[in-house]
Design a protein. Structure first.
Length: 133
């Protein structure tokens, strides 16, 4: 995906790409690897790179498909034209998480929700997905 917008006199560009790889499939259950690479190029003095990776176990139950697993987010932000006393020129970090989610197939749509648990926060998401063929 690619997007951009203006912020005052500056142009901000955001782009990302990724893939999902099925590692194992047994009946309706599977294990997948998901990778997403993101880029944010802000004003001339800021840029950020991210990697989001997850191992997902998908289990088909009698009532609703469940997915769970673990993941990692890596980020690196570079800031220039600032005073070293205020903000460091490079900020890097990593967050690890575990998650559980549920998916409901509705016609050709997949509606789902997930909860990510991180030692310092809990993240909730609501997703609506479809395939275009």
């Amino acid at each position: 995906s690619i997007s951009g917008f203006n912020s005052g006199k500056n142009m901000v560009q955001v782009s990302s790409y990724g893939f999902d790889l099925m590692l194992n499939k047994e009946g309706n259950n599977s294990t997948d690897l998901s990778m997403n690479f993101g880029y944010l190029d802000g004003p001339s003095n800021f840029r950020c790179r991210t990697i989001h990776s997850r191992i997902i176990k998908k289990v088909e139950t009698r009532f609703v498909p469940i997915n769970f697993g673990f993941g990692v987010n890596l980020f690196s932000a570079h800031i220039s034209l600032v005073s070293e006393d205020e903000i460091p020129s490079t900020i890097e970090g990593q967050t690890n998480f575990v998650f559980i989610g549920f998916n409901w197939p509705i016609n050709r749509w997949m509606v789902g929700t997930q909860i990510h648990f991180h030692p310092n926060t809990v993240f909730f998401s609501f997703d609506v997905l479809t395939s275009f063929r």
